[in-house]
Design a protein. Structure first.
Ligand SMILES: [Zn+2]
Length: 86
């Protein structure tokens, strides 16, 4: 009855920090809420702000984008929600 328990190896998950290649930091651009063409890239077609996983921005710039989008919405430059049924 001396059954040896086989140790299950956990699948190795890469916990190293992923390097973000933030386009804003790289080019030294500043986030401007009036630049709608730029902001449109970070908003889904439903009008939601895209996550940093999608936008590949660093945390600082992602937060600045989120604030800029919210500002632009308040200034009626961007919609809060856009209902487009496809
Ligand atoms: Zn950045």
């Amino acid at each position: 009855m001396a059954q040896q328990r086989r140790k299950r190896r956990r699948p190795q998950i890469d916990t190293r920090k992923k390097k973000v290649d933030c386009s804003f930091c790289k080019e030294g651009k500043r986030v401007d809420y009036k630049d709608i063409t730029m902001l449109r890239k970070y908003v889904s077609e439903r009008g939601k702000i895209r996550s940093s996983r999608v936008t590949r921005l660093c945390g600082v710039c992602q937060r600045q984008i989120a604030v800029a989008v919210k500002n632009a919405r308040e200034m009626a430059l961007l919609p809060y929600i856009s209902q487009r049924k496809s």
